[in-house]
Design a protein around this ligand. Structure first.
Ligand SMILES: NC(=O)c1ccc[n+]([C@@H]2O[C@H](COP(=O)([O-])OP(=O)(O)OC[C@H]3O[C@@H](n4cnc5c(N)ncnc54)[C@H](O)[C@@H]3O)[C@@H](O)[C@H]2O)c1
Length: 379
């Protein structure tokens, strides 16, 4: 594992939990965790339960005892690490967004195809049971023809103008701001639930143009930190939104912001079709709301489905607890890693692959281009 903070912790927990709850086709050994700071990575090794700590990702990637590389670093190093890992013949799980731009993502896809290694991009929200169930319902025709996909991903952690210029606010490290960080997730859900985009029209905005530089002595993780007195330019968007069309004729309306006070990790998705509608809210993630237009007229309304039924009725949850004993954020990573491990043993990638990461980046870049030129962009 390369990178040991927010996602490093979430993934370490998932690597550890997956074999306790899911039938895996191989045993997992947590061999080496890697970061840039020797003291920090050693503390992470100890707390997160890895055997070795390293500050040299190239040595880890080329270690013949290691089969899988899990990339949890900021976005500017995904491509270099993943391409080296593919060349070394490793299976790769990479955090999103796959790369900094379309060019990098194309190189990553080429590398994994050439090396024929199993690859996956960590869009973990696909494996929320309610979302996976929504996908099954849509595939089975429960909504009929899809008219609308609307989604909103709202947070509030940088409203304070004194919040420092962390890596997520520097284009060179992150590629884009709110757009690649969280719009990427609802773009992925759009592609998962509805299909491919055909054209987009975007708007991106930066509310706070300058912020205190991060105090290097008190450098925090990607979502925290402390500001110094010196100021630096914010080079990414604070909010990004777009409308668009899907190839199947449905319409899209997406909004992502880090400026919605009170919204912490608010992901709301609504899909409307000719036979019904589905609504999902991450802050109530064990539930799915379903309106079925075929219900008798006097009894119509949104049903509230508690997505915790075992026996294959609802995805993933049967491996956890009895019905109604709900699950949370961390479980989405366990589901992702359980499926990934079995894919590695089978030698066959499962969704979402690096190809999905590339398609996602193509949408991100098209929206960016549209916002810049104030024109619709075809994909
Ligand atoms: N799937 C999700 O829901 C989700 C959520 C948060 C973050 N992410 C993604 O995960 C990635 C990491 O984000 P984070 O929030 O964990 O960041 P973070 O700042 O909390 O942690 C980054 C880690 O990478 C390490 N690192 C940086 N450069 C390195 C290098 N060259 N070699 C070795 N280690 C290096 C740092 O030491 C640190 O441990 C990003 O791509 C981000 O977009 C995904």
């Amino acid at each position: 594992m390369i990178g040991y903070r927010f996602m490093g912790k979430a993934h370490s927990n998932a690597w550890r939990q997956a074999p306790h709850f899911f039938p895996l086709k191989a045993k997992i050994k947590l061999d080496t965790i890697c970061g840039r700071n020797a003291k920090g990575v050693e503390a992470a090794r100890d707390q997160l339960g890895w055997e070795n700590a390293s500050t040299d990702w190239e040595a880890v990637v080329n270690n013949p005892a290691i089969d899988i590389i899990d990339i949890n670093t900021p976005n500017d190093s995904h491509a270099e690490i993943a391409i080296a890992a593919a060349r070394a013949g490793k299976a790769i799980l990479c955090e999103k967004p796959l790369g900094l731009n379309v060019k990098q993502c194309e190189e990553m896809v080429t590398a994994v195809k050439k090396a024929r290694v199993v690859n996956m991009v960590c869009h973990n929200y696909r494996r929320i049971p309610a979302i996976a169930h929504a996908r099954k319902m849509i595939e089975a025709g429960a909504l009929g023809n899809i008219f609308h996909y609307r989604a909103r991903y709202a947070q509030d952690w940088i409203v304070d103008p004194n919040f420092p210029l962390v890596w997520r606010l520097q284009k060179g490290v992150s590629g884009s701001g709110t757009h690649g960080d969280i719009n990427a997730h609802i773009i992925d859900l759009a592609r998962y639930l509805v299909g491919e985009f055909s054209d987009v029209c975007g708007l991106m905005h930066t509310f706070i143009k300058e912020r205190p530089l991060e105090d290097s002595a008190a450098k925090g993780d990607g979502l925290g930190g402390k500001g110094s007195r010196k100021m630096g330019k914010v080079t990414v968007d604070d909010a990004a939104m777009f409308i668009g069309r899907f190839k199947n004729g449905a319409l899209a309306n997406l909004e992502a912001t880090r400026f919605a006070l009170g919204r912490k990790n608010n992901i709301v998705v609504e899909v409307n079709g000719s036979k019904g509608s589905l609504v999902f809210d991450f802050e109530d993630m064990n539930r799915l709301k379903f309106f079925n237009n075929e219900d008798p007229a006097g009894l119509q309304g949104f049903r509230d489905i508690l997505v915790t039924e075992p026996g294959g009725k609802h995805p993933f949850v049967g491996n956890w607890w009895p019905p109604g004993h709900i699950i949370g954020y961390e479980h989405t990573f366990v589901h992702t890693i359980a499926d990934f491990v079995n894919a590695v043993v089978d030698g066959k990638s499962v969704q979402p692959t690096f190809e999905d990461g590339l398609r996602n980046e193509q949408v991100l870049e098209a929206v960016e281009q549209s916002a810049k030129t104030q024109k619709w962009i075809k994909l």
